[in-house]
Design a binder for this molecule. Structure first.
Ligand SMILES: [Zn+2]
Length: 288
C-alpha cells in the first residue's frame, strides 16, 4: 500500500528513492513506518530542493526483507541470515554472467524464474562517461535514473539475465561498466555520442556478438541497431564543491540546503549522501 502523506516530516526505515521520469525526474523519499509491514509513506522531494532539510538517523537498522533488527546492514539493507539465503543477495546478482540457475543451484529458483529467466536489455549510458549495463525490461528507465545517467540507449535484447551478463562482459572490454560517484556528485559531465559509440562497438565486436547470438539462439538475441535515445534531466541547482560521501551513521544528523538529487544521491554543498546505501536505516526526515 502506498500513501503520500503530503507532509514535510516522515519517520521510518528508508527504502530506495521512488522516481518518475518527466521533463525533470520527480523524486519521492520513501520509508516504512513499521519495519514489519510493507506499508510505505512517501514525501515529494522536488519542492524541497533549494531549501534546508534535516535527516536524523535514529540509531536502528531493520532488514528490508524480514523486518528484524540488525546491528549492521548486509548486501544493501538486509540482516545477515537474509543476506545468506535470498537469491537477490547472491553474488550473481552483481555479476550476472555468473548466474547458476541452469546448474540447479539458484538459492530461490522461483525468484530466479521471475527475475532472471526473463528478457533483459544490454544498454549504453552516459553517467560520468560511457558505460555498459544490463537491466530487466521492466526496469527501464528506472535503472538509468537510479544511476544518474543523463542519456541511455538499449543496444541488445536477450532472453535471460545470464545472457545479458555475458554480453555485458564482452562490451566491458571496450567501455566501463562502473560509474564514478565522485564525478557524479560534483557534476563533471562528458558529452558522448552514444549512437555512434554503439555503432563502433557493433563493428569492433561484430564477430564475438555473432558467436554469442549463435550460441544463445537467434530467437533470444535481438540486436537493436536504431533504438532511440532517452535523455534524463535531474532536479539539480548546484553540485557538491568537493567529492565527499556523507556518512549518515557517523554524522547522525545531516542538516543543510538540498542542492539537488541525482541518481540515488542527495546533493549538498559539502558532500552527497547515497540514500540507497541506507536502506533499512530508521530516520526522521523533515523539510525546514
Ligand atoms: Zn532479514
Amino acid at each position: 500500500m502506498k500513501k503520500n502523506t503530503g507532509s514535510i516530516v516522515l519517520e521510518g526505515n528508508i527504502e530506495k528513492l521512488r522516481t518518475e521520469l518527466n521533463d525533470k525526474v520527480q523524486y519521492q523519499f520513501c520509508v516504512r513506518p513499521d519495519p514489519n509491514s510493507k506499508e510505505i509513506e512517501l514525501m515529494d522531494m522536488n519542492p524541497l530542493i533549494g531549501s534546508k532539510i534535516r535527516i536524523e538517523f535514529k540509531g536502528l537498522i531493520h532488514c528490508t526483507f524480514c523486518g528484524r533488527e540488525t546491528k549492521k546492514s548486509f548486501s544493501g539493507g538486509y540482516c545477515f541470515p537474509c543476506s545468506q539465503s535470498l537469491a537477490q543477495c547472491d553474488l550473481c546478482v552483481l555479476r550476472p554472467h555468473t548466474c547458476h540457475y541452469d546448474n540447479g543451484t539458484c538459492r530461490e529458483p522461483e525468484w530466479g524464474e521471475k527475475n532472471c529467466m526473463i528478457p533483459h536489455y544490454v544498454y549504453l549510458s552516459n553517467t560520468t562517461g560511457v558505460k555498459v549495463g544490463i537491466t530487466k525490461h521492466t526496469q527501464i528507465p528506472t535503472r538509468w535514473i537510479d544511476q544518474g545517467a543523463i542519456e541511455a540507449i538499449p543496444i541488445l535484447k536477450v532472453g535471460t539475465r545470464y545472457q545479458s551478463g555475458v554480453f555485458e562482459k564482452l562490451f566491458s572490454q571496450e567501455v566501463d561498466d562502473k560509474t564514478n560517484w565522485r564525478s557524479l556528485i560534483t557534476g563533471k559531465i562528458t558529452q558522448i555520442d552514444l549512437e555512434s559509440t554503439r555503432d563502433r562497438l557493433f563493428e569492433i565486436l561484430g564477430d564475438e556478438i555473432d558467436e554469442l547470438e549463435e550460441k544463445f539462439g537467434g530467437d533470444y538475441v535481438e540486436i537493436l541497431e536504431d533504438e532511440s535515445l532517452t535523455r534524463i534531466n535531474y532536479p539539480v541547482i548546484n553540485y557538491c564543491s568537493k567529492a565527499k560521501s556523507l556518512n549518515l551513521e557517523k554524522m547522525e544528523v545531516i542538516e543543510d540546503e538540498l542542492l539537488g538529487i541525482k541518481g540515488q544521491y542527495f546533493i549538498f554543498e559539502t558532500g552527497a549522501i547515497n540514500i540507497r546505501k541506507y536502506i533499512g536505516y530508521k530516520v526522521k526526515i523533515e523539510g525546514l
